[in-house]
Design a protein. Structure first.
Length: 329
């Protein structure tokens, strides 16, 4: 009978030597040890700390939902010391916040991995730190790798990464760590109630760069509430054959829609010639559009085709700050 440590699995490469359970366990422990060198506890709320990662250049990344105060923030670094940190910027839409560690404090930055190399079934861990007692770990496997997606708050992620490990209290802001100790993203407790959801490393890098540059992430803003509607048969000629669009059901006072002449009751058919069918079609356009850009809106107004030029504004500060504390681990 073969010893369990030497039994070859049919799933293994025929050219790979099988690893014993002990060797796999030791490898994972080494990966945690390496990743933990860049993991900190973030003290920015009452009672329970959250987790952060030394991303680069003295910058600590954590989740926005776990930063409850913007002053008197401290972090516990891997050697157990508690030091001061300042808030660089935050973005509720992507659930990311960036802190800067106090001058003169030095410790290892994370080894950043490539999220495109992850596959369902890969072993993965969340590595947290809540105090000076050392790292804490939640273990599982990658469950889902999906396409680019938008959160309910409007944040845009390069891919969907979900894992089967639990995000315990304080694990918000923890890194997703692979078996080699590489960090592939930041775990957020507020994006899903079923599986741990990770903000991919490339998305984190993009948001960090924007927060360092400006303190916030500028996003285009229309200032209108929209809902999908169908165009009646009698209006299809005026609608240039389109069967549906977006009914404007509200406009923000002094917002871009109002100041550009959009009215409640208008049906938006297209933006710069591209048809729109659902509110997220407009969000997709605004997400990548710099404030100040002029956009052509094709409308159906009172059964008549109208074209209005709208100057896109910048989303007001705090407009997307309706943070859900549910799941802010």
């Amino acid at each position: 009978m073969s010893h369990p440590d030497t039994h070859e699995s049919s799933a293994q490469s025929p050219h790979a030597e099988p690893l014993s359970l002990t060797a796999v366990s030791d490898q994972l422990a080494s990966a945690v040890e390496h990743a933990a060198l860049s993991v900190v506890a973030v003290h920015a709320r009452e009672r329970l700390a959250s987790t952060g990662v030394h991303w680069r250049d003295g910058l600590i990344v954590t989740t926005d939902a776990t930063v409850r105060r913007e002053q008197n923030i401290t972090i516990t670094i891997p050697d157990g010391r508690r030091v001061a940190a300042t808030l660089v910027g935050r973005d509720a839409a992507s659930d990311l916040a960036v802190l800067r560690v106090a001058a003169g404090v030095s410790f290892a930055p994370a080894t950043i991995g490539d999220p495109t190399t992850l596959r369902p079934g890969h072993l993965a861990m969340a590595v947290a730190r809540l105090d000076d007692s050392g790292p804490r770990v939640s273990f599982g496997a990658i469950s889902t790798i999906g396409h680019a997606w938008r959160t309910w708050k409007g944040g845009e992620y390069s891919r969907r990464i979900q894992s089967g490990f639990a995000l315990y209290p304080g694990f918000g802001g923890s890194p997703l760590v692979d078996a080699a100790g590489r960090v592939h993203g930041i775990n957020s407790g507020g994006l899903s109630q079923q599986l741990a959801t990770t903000i991919p490393a490339d998305t984190v890098e993009r948001v960090v760069s924007q927060l360092v540059a400006t303190g916030y992430v500028p996003r285009g803003w229309l200032g209108a509430a929209l809902q999908a509607v169908r165009v009646g048969e009698s209006a299809k000629v005026a609608a240039q054959g389109r069967e549906g669009g977006l009914l404007i059901i509200g406009v923000a006072e002094s917002g871009p829609a109002a100041t550009s002449g959009l009215l409640v009751g208008d049906i938006v058919l297209a933006l710069d010639g591209a048809a729109v069918h659902e509110p997220h079609d407009v969000l997709d356009v605004l997400q990548h559009m710099a404030p100040g850009r002029a956009v052509s809106f094709d409308l159906l107004r009172g059964g008549v085709f109208v074209r209005v030029i709208v100057t896109i504004g910048e989303r007001p500060s705090g407009h997307d700050d309706r943070r859900s504390r549910r799941g802010a681990r």
